[in-house]
Design a protein around this ligand. Sequence first.
Ligand code: GUN
Length: 285
Amino acid sequence: MTAVIISGKEIADKKRQEIAEEVKSLKENGIVPGLAVVLVGDNHASRTYVKNKEKACKELGMYSVLIELPEETSEGELLDKIHELNNDKQIHGILVQLPIPKHIDETKVIESISPDKDVDGFHPINIGRMMTGQNAFLPCTPFGIMVMLEEAGISVAGKDVVVVGRSNIVGKPVGQLLLNQHATVTYCHSKTKDLKFHTRQADILVAAVGIANFITADHIKEGAVVIDVGINRNEAGKLCGDVAFDEVSEVAGYITPVPKGVGPMTITMLMYNTLKSARESAERS
Ligand code: GUN
């Protein structure tokens, strides 16, 4: 079998067009969705991610501000900045790019962002709302995965899903969203006794481990859907996922590539969340 490739790039392009149209119609009513991105310190990868977020805002007609703070910024200074953004009417979404310097408490920072502007979906209030199936900002990568499955016509209800990885940003929430859609979900991680025993039963496998080519063909059930969240570099410095693409695509039914798979969906859902926030803010006032 040669797997069908689920193109995140194509799905993201389609969703971005829809978002741009909605932004246009909100603007006709005098509302411009606005995103504030806060970058503390000088992490090279973070700078690239943040630039891409700004670029996406511009392309979709949204307002964006980038707040760059030096590495030595104190926790108090960062919390003051967030407080200011919480009260800024032009700003509908606030994103503090992670990781932040070690002397600042990440939990405190996440909890200081207004849940109504938490477009990352990291605030415990949004996580609680997501768990209980209420209206919430959904974390962007898991949300993007759900949209990819939907757009590829893959139903989730009743499926055996295995999530490899249990981070707060991807693994845990993607399992929860799949459970909300009535999948039977198993989480595997570094302490799992027999990983292949679990992954070989998966109708849908989500790989979010952060190790290049970790998932090989012998982890996969024939015809399974394989979602690769990894963004790694192999020994040759080439971008690759957590899944050994060439061999796994011989066994799987569907597979997401790296690059142009889950990656483009993450920023797209951030744009979607910012638009949603602007819409809901207008409804409240
Ligand atoms: N760092 C890596 N991914 C993310 C993300 O999705 N949001 C934030 N705020 N920081 C990140």
